[in-house]
Design a binder for this molecule. Structure first.
Ligand code: KG4
Ligand code: ZN
Length: 394
């Protein structure tokens, strides 16, 4: 089954095309195309992702990224011109004009460059329909809906968080991948710019939400603290880097919110405010060493909280595997803390390769294959984006 997957939930415009086989028992994927266009540099000015800018960039980039993906997969071919203006495509133009009325640039690109294409040999379109920045999600969802209608293909809606779970199972190389087998129950730590969640995976497709952040997401806290320290967006890697530069410098002591709470929830707003007060109390612009000490202290606090929460949940639910996904799972100190705990408890640990921790469409494509084997399709005429989509019930 050949799947084309689209991801636009945040600031990456990503499209993947895979040949999937093996069913639920032995899924395997040949990667025909995998493109991720990051807008991070554009958002850097704002110190975070600016939703309307993200939406505009997705609308501008989706058609060029699609064309490149089709070319990479050797699926790009123009139709006979006579068919463009009379046949099926033309009849559908009116539907697209309505569906993409809020994305005029995307509509123009679609009409100019996608309508004239010969329908590529693809079996399903997949798209992230939530959670994420709603304006950004809508662009991808609307684009996926039009492609599904244009090429008469089934449409598979994918929850971005489930995508991160599947992303953490990937084994293989840039051309061919398989998915690692999990031992259940598995504990999933999903940490990104928008999410901080702990879930129990009873089996793939069956999730229970144990806890989440009550205020800022963990990546958001990294990004905001980075901004306070005059570091660029995205803040995670920037903080990590100067925390490392701190070497033997003493870390600024900072609180570890909710580290001892009996539940599995998180809170990072207080930690962020504590950093702000620390900077104010200095009475001068923070020096480079001040910044390093604060970054080191902040990262240590975050890592301690994450490690404690993972340990608490893993013990309580007697999990056999721990997986981590989302951009913050790229953090080497978090990875080290998880590895230490898992090793100590003889629990298997799976963290994705670095290029799969951050947002990408490959994880959406492989999740879509799993969902397609269960016939979880959506109606392209009515599929909606949902910024607050949840994975698993409490
Ligand atoms: O999953 P992701 O690419 O996008 C969202 O869905 O949000 O995650 C992006 C987040 C940003 O907040 C970024 O600062 C954070 O992941 N991040 C990191 C690291 N690399 C990226 N946080 C801590 N340490 C890192 N090395
Ligand atoms: Zn993500």
């Amino acid at each position: 089954m050949r799947i084309l997957a689209i991801e636009t939930s945040c600031d990456e415009t990503a499209i993947s095309i895979v040949d999937a086989s093996g069913g639920q028992a032995r899924p395997a994927f040949k990667i025909l195309a995998n493109i991720t266009l990051s807008q991070a540099k554009l958002h850097a000015e704002y110190g975070g992702v600016f939703p309307m800018l993200a939406k505009r960039e997705h609308a501008k980039n989706l058609v060029p990224v699609l064309l490149q993906a089709l070319k990479d997969a050797k699926l790009y071919a123009k139709d006979r011109p006579s068919l463009n203006c009379e046949g099926r495509s033309f009849a559908k133009k009116a539907i697209f004009e309505e569906m993409l009325s809020r994305e005029p640039e995307l509509l123009a690109g679609l009409i100019a460059d996608v309508l004239p294409l010969k329908a590529p040999k693809i079996d399903a379109i997949a798209v992230t329909h939530g959670p994420g920045l709603e304006p950004a999600l809508w662009v991808g969802v609307n684009f996926a809906r039009t492609l599904a209608i244009l090429w008469d293909l089934p449409l598979v809606p994918v929850n971005h968080m489930e995508g991160h779970i599947f992303g953490s199972l990937v084994e293989g190389n840039a051309k061919k991948i398989t998915l690692a087998k999990l031992k259940f129950p598995t504990l999933a730590l999903l940490v990104s710019g928008g999410h901080t969640e702990l879930l129990v995976v009873k089996k793939l497709g069956e999730y229970k939400l144990l806890g989440a952040t009550r205020d800022d997401a963990i990546g958001e806290a990294f990004d905001k603290v980075a901004r306070m320290l005059g570091l660029p967006y995205p803040g995670g890697p920037a903080i990590s880097k100067i925390a490392e530069d701190a070497g033997a410098l003493e870390a600024t002591p900072l609180p570890r919110p909710m580290i001892k709470s009996a539940d599995h929830d998180f809170s990072f707003a207080g930690l962020k405010t504590a950093v702000l007060y620390t900077i104010k109390k200095l009475g001068h612009e923070p020096t480079e060493d001040d910044k390093r000490r604060i970054a080191k202290g902040f990262q240590e606090a975050v890592v301690d909280v994450v490690a404690a929460k993972v340990a608490g949940a893993a013990r309580k639910h007697k999990v056999k595997t721990i997986i981590a996904g989302g951009g913050v799972a790229a953090n080497s100190q978090i990875r080290a803390a998880l590895a230490h705990f898992a090793d100590d408890q003889k629990i298997a640990l799976r963290v994705p390769p670095l290029h799969l921790t951050t947002d990408n469409a490959l994880m959406i494509a492989i999740t879509a294959y799993f969902l397609a084997t269960k016939k979880k399709f959506a109606n392209p005429k009515t599929l909606k984006a949902d910024g607050n989509l949840h994975l698993g019930k409490r």
